[in-house]
Design a protein around this ligand. Structure first.
Ligand SMILES: O=c1ccn([C@@H]2O[C@H](COP(=O)(O)OP(=O)(O)O[C@H]3O[C@H](CO)[C@@H](O)[C@H](O)[C@H]3O)[C@@H](O)[C@H]2O)c(=O)[nH]1
Length: 479
């Protein structure tokens, strides 16, 4: 409503300017130059009016959607699909490992059957420090996940949670566990911070996991073989979850923790236009190119490991703020009437640490509250990168057909029998940067190369293949 009042007032202003320009049109007796200057200004006003009207046609008809998650659980409890979640990071100096693992922990803690999500973290920077932080996170997760689920806390990245709730709560059971888990987090934070400060992994830590040996072959950030490590193998690991209570009552509970945590680094292509081995990349577009390669690698590697029919991609600084976002997205993708046509569900991006009164408009309020919701009513929102749930088939290039239906039971049936080691080794081929040569990756499959806004054009290409998209902006923000 407020937006309509604003838009009408601007429109009135534009009309008054047009009337003024017409009434005071210079007479033929006035100088020629003055007349042409007047005509030029008038044309500019007309052009702006046209632009304004076209943009308003989208903004005046937004769609605001709601979900009924309890119905989803009632109807599809047994066939809820596996979800593969991709987190990208590129440089541990600007994207600190502690921030990245907070994002990872927040998505591992989704309120979703624990055997269904698979979390993948990929580091373009090839940093051993990031791997160490993730190793620490995979250990901490065994305490953090049950704590989140038991007390239904929000939000679920530990750093943000302990900043918001800075003292133990009234409930004595919770207070006790709260203090223990906070201590565990603080200890982990100290270890990660001190290692990051030194910039090297001490020898005794390197011995703790075979994954560190992979760095023996790393020559530089830009020249190394692919590294893939599975930190939690959800199929076999009967992970022990300690419920943190008084020593006497300390319970040991067995729980099948089905979370994969895969971490990989790819050999980064050398940026030379002469190399036949490597695809030629316009120099300015390299970080976009690397990001797209990242996502393609994820699609291929995850198809070999978990092959979830639904994919969520996230920037490493976009933690999950709502533990029920997966169910929200599935309400659209699994909808009996319309769901089979929907390729992706886009959530808005929300930001912390804005300036007072948001003077620079960094919260993107108009875009997220009005503009993308308007696109939703006019053919579907754009894909804007992070916070987007994709149907794997649509992202992999499949065209929509009228008789297309998803059988979610079949999609969950796939069993992978190979050992963790075999999977790690076979996936290295899929993560190789030369894998895409002479293929349709980047053209018909995955994200599109060649444009700085790869997400937007990829979304449009998906829509051109017959799919629809949905925008969902819940009251409790998803990311
Ligand atoms: O070479 C690179 C550069 C970046 N990234 C990762 O890509 C993500 C986004 O990078 P960022 O520098 O934050 O770019 P932004 O322009 O802020 O990202 C916005 O715009 C992109 C479109 O270009 C979208 O894909 C993103 O989701 C969206 O948040 C981050 O997790 C990075 O770690 C890589 O993996 N490799």
């Amino acid at each position: 409503m407020a937006y309509m009042v604003y838009a009408v007032s601007v429109m009135m202003g534009i009309c008054l300017i047009c009337v003024y320009r017409l009434i005071h049109f210079p007479s033929p007796s006035q100088e020629r130059l003055q007349r042409w200057a007047w005509i030029g200004s008038f044309m500019a006003v007309l052009w702006f009016t046209l632009y304004w009207l076209i943009t308003q046609s989208v903004r005046f008809n937004p769609i605001y959607r709601f979900t009924f998650k309890h119905r989803l659980s009632q109807r599809y409890e047994k066939v809820l699909p596996n979800v593969d979640i991709f987190v990208c990071t590129a440089d541990h100096t600007v994207e600190p490992p502690l921030m990245v693992i907070n994002t990872v922990l927040s998505i591992m803690a989704y309120d979703y059957p624990p055997e269904k999500p698979s979390v993948y973290l990929s580091d373009d920077g090839g940093s051993e420090l990031m791997f160490y932080a993730l190793l620490e996170a995979s250990r901490f997760a065994k305490y953090w996940l049950p704590f989140c689920k038991k007390f239904k806390i929000e939000p679920r990245p530990p750093a943000t949670y302990f900043e918001t709730i800075c003292k133990a709560l009234d409930d004595p059971t919770m207070a006790e566990e709260w203090s223990s888990i906070k201590k565990l987090y603080e200890d982990m934070k100290k270890r990660i911070d001190s290692t990051t400060k030194v910039g090297q992994i001490p020898e005794e830590i390197r011995k703790q996991h075979k994954g560190f040996q992979e760095w023996d072959l790393v020559l530089s950030k830009h020249d190394h073989p692919s590294i893939i490590q599975i930190l939690i193998d959800g199929r076999r690991e009967c992970s022990r979850v300690w419920i943190l209570k008084k020593k006497k009552e300390k319970k040991e509970k067995k729980q099948q923790c089905q979370l994969w945590c895969t971490w990989h680094v790819r050999r980064v292509p050398t940026i030379t236009t002469t190399s036949k081995q490597e695809p030629s990349i316009p120099l300015k577009a390299t970080s976009i190119y690397m990001y797209i390669l990242h996502i393609h690698t994820y699609i291929r590697v995850s198809s070999r490991i978990s092959n979830g029919p639904v994919i969520l991609n996230l920037d490493c600084d976009m933690y999950s703020n709502n533990s029920e976002s997966v169910q929200d997205a599935l309400c659209f993708l699994m909808d009996e009437e319309q769901g089979h046509r929907i390729a992706f569900v886009q959530f808005p991006q929300t930001f912390d640490n804005l300036t007072k009164n948001d003077v620079y408009s960094s919260s993107l309020r108009v875009i997220s509250a009005v503009e993308i919701a308007g696109f939703d009513a006019n053919g579907g929102p754009l894909y804007i990168g992070t916070g987007c749930f994709h149907r794997r088939e649509a992202l992999s290039g499949m065209k929509y057909k009228k008789d297309y239906k998803t059988d979610w039971t079949v999609k969950n049936d796939r069993k992978v029998e190979e050992s963790t080691h075999v999977l790690e080794e076979t996936c290295k081929v899929l993560a190789s940067c030369s894998y895409e040569q002479n293929t349709q990756w980047g053209k018909e499959m995955g994200l599109k190369y060649g444009c700085p806004v790869e997400d937007v054009i990829t979304g449009l290409a998906i829509q051109c293949r017959g799919w629809r998209s949905v925008y969902f902006n819940p009251e409790r923000k998803g990311f």
